[in-house]
Write a protein that binds this ligand. Structure first.
Ligand SMILES: Cc1ncc(COP(=O)(O)O)c(C=O)c1O
Ligand SMILES: N[C@H](C=O)CCC(=O)O
Length: 424
């Protein structure tokens, strides 16, 4: 396997792009390898510019639940392109998307489409503040909600491996109202509400944390958050940018039977195109301009090509009643195989089609235990997998994503390579 063309491109890229990339995690800094520049992808396989074909478990960080370039989605995108790329005016597909979201995720009574997960979470927070007339929010250490100033505090994802959980360039005043609690620790949340009983507008949470590696919620944790927000008159925001349409058709809220006040979506709802959405209870969402005083706008919001890809994807998921069972079974097979092969050298967290192999002997239930993982050991594992044609996340603190395009043969090959690695 050569990566000569990737290396040359990386050298060129570094001259004109920070770190040679347009999103930090792609630079492979956490695993000390040259990033693969991608030529194409189809189904479960991704091919780099040197012609290396790999089984892909990054799936563009989540959107690719059907695998790459699903022909049913591509067909709709092609037809939409013929009609025009953007109009800056409303289209029927935006209405269909909002209707479908409300049908599949009943808490999404009214929604607004945006162009990224970052915009969705930033806007949901603004609405929560406008509605409650309070300024403070609670987020959890190690959870990532995109890169808006107020949420880039103790953040996960690449902010964890590049040592910038609190980014430079964000004035302290901008994050003054962001309170940080510990994921899976009700006490840490209780203490903040006791300190600021009338000042907290909302809690925002990844219902399954997936940006410090995958950390599922402890029994009763999400229920506790639902109760305490109600008690103190704060809103509860589910950031479903990763979990939405991945854990279940109705997202994490269906999976865990919790009804948040507001939710944010991205990734899968764009079917591979740039989309985000935020929405929730009608009385709250009517605060959004032009119905109400909370301003939020976007030139490309609800883009006709992105909504075509998103609608096609959601309709396929809606029609395929067994898909979430298949995803769970295949991912559990991978998780069990690793547990068996690696024993207590690793801790594997898996829920639905999300999975992380933590290189630690500890149970991983929160930020502190996640960060006991040996990132050098992960880098070694990553390199072995890459060299054997398996493309996993180039960071210990990202999820592995399984798609419906992964075949039995893909899963068996992956298990075989994992077993080989852990046998060494
Ligand atoms: C849970 C979560 N929220 C928000 C975001 C931000 O989404 P985007 O990268 O599309 O801005 C991400 C991923 O980046 C995410 O994983
Ligand atoms: N963890 C991030 C999103 O979920 C990874 C994507 C990125 O930041 O490029």
């Amino acid at each position: 396997m050569t990566d000569q063309t990737s290396e040359l491109l990386y050298m060129r890229a570094k001259l004109r792009l920070p770190g040679g990339v347009n999103s930090p995690v792609r630079a492979y800094q956490a695993v000390g390898r040259t990033p693969r520049f991608i030529q194409s992808a189809k189904g479960s396989h991704i091919t780099d510019v040197d012609g290396n074909e790999m089984i892909d478990y990054v799936c563009s960080w989540g959107p690719g639940i059907l695998g790459h370039a699903d022909s049913r989605v591509i067909e709709k995108v092609k037809a939409a392109c013929e009609e025009g790329l953007t109009f800056g005016a409303p289209t029927e597909r935006e209405v269909e998307m909002a209707e479908l979201l409300a049908q599949l995720v009943p808490s999404m009574e009214v929604s607004r489409l945006v162009s990224s997960g970052t915009e969705a979470t930033m806007s949901a927070i603004r609405v929560a503040r406008g509605y409650t007339k309070r300024d403070k929010i609670i987020k959890f250490r190690g959870c990532y909600h995109g890169h808006s100033d107020g949420l880039l505090v103790k953040a996960g994802s690449a902010a964890l491996t590049t040592s910038v959980p609190d980014s430079a360039g964000v004035p302290a005043d901008f994050t003054r109202h962001t309170l940080v609690a510990e994921y899976n620790s009700p006490d840490s949340v209780k203490a903040l509400f006791e300190a600021y009983p009338d000042e907290i507008a909302a809690i925002i949470v990844e219902p399954v944390a997936a940006n410090m590696g995958v950390v599922p919620p402890a029994d009763g944790f999400l229920e506790f958050l639902r109760e305490i927000t109600k008690h103190y008159g704060a809103l509860f925001i589910f950031d479903e940018v990763i979990t939405g349409f991945r854990l279940a058709l109705g997202g994490a809220q269906e999976y865990f039977h919790i009804t948040p006040d507001l939710s944010t979506f991205g990734k899968i709802i764009g079917g591979g195109m740039p989309v985000g959405a935020y929405g929730g209870r009608e009385d709250i969402m009517r605060m959004v301009s032009p119905d109400g005083p909370v301003y939020q706008a976007g030139t490309l919001s609800g883009n006709p090509i992105a909504t075509a890809a998103g609608l096609a994807t959601l309709r396929i998921l809606e029609a395929d009643t067994d898909i979430y069972m298949r995803l769970q079974e295949n991912t559990a097979m991978l998780a069990d195989a690793v547990r068996h092969a690696a024993g207590n050298r690793v801790h594997v967290n898996q829920i639905g089609s999300l999975m992380s192999i933590f290189f630690t002997g500890e149970d991983v239930t929160d930020y502190d235990s996640a960060t006991t993982a040996d990132t050098k050991a992960y880098a070694d594992y990553f390199g072995f997998m890459l060299d054997h044609g398996i493309y996993v996340a180039p960071s210990q603190f990202e999820s592995m994503f399984v798609s419906d395009a992964h075949t039995d043969a893909d899963i068996q090959k992956t298990i075989h390579v994992m077993q080989e690695y852990f046998a060494e």
